[in-house]
Write a protein that binds this ligand. Structure first.
Ligand code: AMP
Ligand code: ZN
Length: 488
């Protein structure tokens, strides 16, 4: 049983005991979204995975500074150094300002993060808000001889860096293979080597997002913002850096190289990578046209879905897989998650009403130990959930009189379950159903008043109620069985 937190470090490829650099403070940096489209469910999985990390660190008593950036410039198509900026392209196609695109999809991202009950980051910096700092770090890397200027752009000199450092240490890519595999690419002639990556790109006349720099008008390379913003808000060395598995290369590999080239230090103590949400075995992604948007899942309005699901059911579905394993999306898996979630919530909702006895057959502290051990083992949420089902089984046995619980244990169990299920797993009672129950109750009262008005031939009141509801898009239908209502 792990009594202290252990994290699988994707750099060392080992599970390591977590020792913060500056206990009890913990710096946590997670790469945020590029805000050029709605976040899909795959993106959400990664952010929910790190929400679990953030929440558990806080549960353990650490003072976490959680930084998650917004990429609002510099991320080019196909994650490469050529092609159009994803945001500029969308702005051009939709004939909008790039910052309108950024605003629209940042709001969407925040809405979805709230739907999934994730805690907001403490700091949410943007790439465009840190152009000055990005120019500064480029100057330092140039001064250190690890970058060069070419036709108004600045490239990181991977070959030079690899003479003294290990480019590929995170992703496990072999530097010789990288060089031989990419040498003959066309259109890369600005670079000394095809593996070199842009720190600063000269803006073509049609490139909308552009800033002044010592090297002319241009824009920063995508990898640079995360080096700069993590250093600015968490220091040259900090504890945990996370992102999706697909960011290991090139994004995080380049980030490591930039930091080392600027200050000689490996910034990150624990690299964590969340695994992908897949559909029929393929990574869910916009470009593969197999992505599902959270709203489509909540409403069931998608060709792949049988029905809609509450955001908490979806979160529960995600937590049933370990963050480092792939998770395949399917209707069946979601239906099973819905049943499991309801069973858990039903169990929780009867704890406070359980009958008490003198003695107790269950010990909350034993469950706490098991559940903490699971979380300490690299945030093993599926194991936590299986322990919670064991707790629910016990709760049901107590309710049916087959087991006993004392008053003090009942109190402890109630507090403990709320801490684990609400605070750590970030679940809450399903919103949609409780809202529906509330709405149903309210409408019953209103329609009852209207029915009585009609029985008294008070047509004025009856019509006023109908018209006022209609103004709120609620349509009342009268039939011989009584009145019914519908939101239009
Ligand atoms: P992007 O906006 O494309 O930079 O992606 C935002 C985050 O979502 C990154 O951390 C990606 O690694 C992650 N991501 C993208 N697709 C998936 C997926 N199918 N499953 C899990 N995470 C994903
Ligand atoms: Zn990043």
């Amino acid at each position: 049983m792990e009594t202290s937190l252990h994290i699988y470090n994707t750099l060392t490829r080992k599970k390591e005991e977590f020792k913060p650099l500056n206990d009890p403070f913990v710096g946590l940096y997670v790469c945020g979204p590029t805000v050029y489209s709605n976040v899909h469910l795959g993106n959400c999985r990664t952010f929910i995975s790190f929400d679990l990390v953030n929440r558990y660190l806080r549960y353990l008593g650490y003072k976490v500074r959680y930084v998650r950036n917004i990429t609002d410039a510099g991320h080019l198509e196909n994650d490469s150094d050529e092609g159009e900026d994803k945001i500029s392209k969308k702005a051009r196609v939709e004939q909008l300002e790039p910052m309108q695109i950024v605003q629209t999809y940042t709001i969407d991202f925040h809405d979805k993060m709230r739907d999934f009950n994730t805690l907001a980051p403490d700091i949410e910096p943007t790439a465009t808000g840190h152009i000055v700092e990005q120019i500064d770090i480029i100057k330092t890397i140039l001064d250190n001889g690890l970058a060069y200027e070419s036709n108004g752009s600045i490239y990181f000199d991977v070959k030079k860096y690899a003479e003294t450092d290990n480019y590929g240490e995170l992703s496990g890519r072999n530097i010789d293979e990288l060089f031989s595999g990419t040498r003959d690419l066309d259109g890369q002639d600005e670079k000394r080597n095809a593996t070199d990556f842009a720190l600063w790109k000269k803006a073509s006349p049609s490139h909308i997002m552009r800033w002044n720099s010592p090297w002319g008008i241009g824009f920063p390379g995508w990898h640079l913002e995360c080096s700069v913003m993590s250093t600015k808000y968490l220091g040259e060395q900090f504890d945990i850096h996370g992102g999706g598995m697909d960011l290991k290369f090139p994004h995080h590999e380049c980030e490591i190289a930039q930091n080392k080239a600027a200050n000689g230090k490996h910034a990150v103590q624990y690299w964590m990578h969340a695994n992908m949400l897949t559909f029929e075995g393929k990574k869910m992604s916009k470009s593969l046209d197999n992505s599902i948007l959270p709203d489509e899942l909540f409403t069931g309005n998608h060709k792949l879905l049988n029905k809609g699901y509450d955001p908490m059911v979806v979160r529960f579905f995600m937590l049933q897989a370990h963050y480092a394993s792939t998770l395949d999306f399917s209707n069946e898996a979601l239906e099973a998650a819905e049943k499991g979630f309801q069973r858990l919530m039903a169990g929780m909702s009867i704890v406070d009403a359980l009958p008490v006895s003198e003695s107790s057959d269950i010990e909350t502290s034993a469950f706490r130990q098991k559940i903490e051990a699971a979380m300490n083992d690299d945030f093993n949420s599926p194991m936590v959930i299986s322990h919670l089902f064991e707790v629910v089984k016990n709760i049901n046995s107590i309710a049916e009189g087959r087991m006993k619980i004392s008053d003090s244990e009942k109190e402890a169990l109630s507090v403990f379950l709320k801490q684990i299920v609400f605070d750590v797993l970030g679940l809450k009672m399903a919103q949609e159903s409780s809202n529906n129950d509330f709405m149903d109750g309210l409408m019953n009262i209103i329609l009852d008043v209207r029915t009585r008005a009609r029985a008294n031939k008070d047509w004025g009141t009856s019509d006023a109620i109908r018209d006022q509801l209609a103004a709120m898009n609620i349509v009342v239908k009268d039939s011989k069985d009584g009145a019914s209502w519908q939101v239009q």
